[in-house]
Design a protein around this ligand. Structure first.
Ligand code: ADP
Length: 191
């Protein structure tokens, strides 16, 4: 099973991805986590990426697609993959289509966790308070910038997957449990 989980910053992707990993035995491929691991290690890629991430911008497609390509080669895949935070623009979505085609694999479901901007901004402010110093890209200003980048770039992948009949939209303003349930019910139809 191959799933893409996407939504704006603060939509609860991480929480839902963790649950899907446990429940369906999927391997999570989070580009955000991969980038943070590179920063931690102090690699050249990590140093370059940090400046971009701290500014709320997207890291270059070349780097991101290269990381995903490597990971798809090396990772044992359990019952499949869950992409979290990727693709984040139409170029990445098209590159993923080609990568999967070469592996003879298909995306089963693209789950959009939808949340209104006003609610996101409240969540973003609370998260920024809680995360104080934990993540340098989690202060309120950068998060708002990331929300803008989401509307400008990431949302553009919606029609791409709608056309393929793969898009499922869940209401991310419901409780964590309700969102979890809605996602699971949709995925069971695909197993
Ligand atoms: P979230 O908190 O929304 O889950 P992530 O951890 O996925 O955020 O991403 C944090 C930052 O890492 C992004 O703001 C961006 O700078 C960079 N990043 C992560 N994934 C990608 C991607 N697929 N393309 C470009 N940049 C990315």
């Amino acid at each position: 099973m191959i799933i893409i989980l996407f939504g704006p910053p603060g939509a609860g992707k991480g929480t839902q991805a963790d649950n899907l990993v446990k429940k369906f035995g999927l391997v999570q491929l989070s580009t955000g986590d991969m980038l943070r691991a590179a920063i931690e290690k102090g690699t050249k890629l990590g140093i370059e990426a940090k400046a971009v991430m701290d500014n709320g911008e997207l890291v270059s497609d070349h780097i991101i697609i290269g990381m995903i390509k490597e990971r798809l080669k090396e990772k044992s895949e359990g019952n499949g993959f869950i992409f979290d935070g990727f693709p984040r623009n139409i170029e990445q979505a098209k590159a993923l289509d080609i990568l999967l085609e070469n592996l003879n694999r298909k995306i089963d479901s693209v789950i959009e966790i939808s949340v209104n901007d006003e609610i996101l901004i409240d969540r973003i402010k609370n998260r920024a308070k809680e995360m104080k110093d934990a993540r340098s890209d989690d202060n309120a200003d950068v998060l708002q910038k990331r929300l803008k980048v989401y509307h400008k770039n990431t949302e553009k992948i919606i029609p791409h997957y709608k056309k393929k009949g793969k898009l499922v939209t869940v209401d991310g303003m419901k409780s964590i449990d309700e969102v979890r349930h809605e996602i699971e019910e949709n995925l069971k139809l695909n197993i």
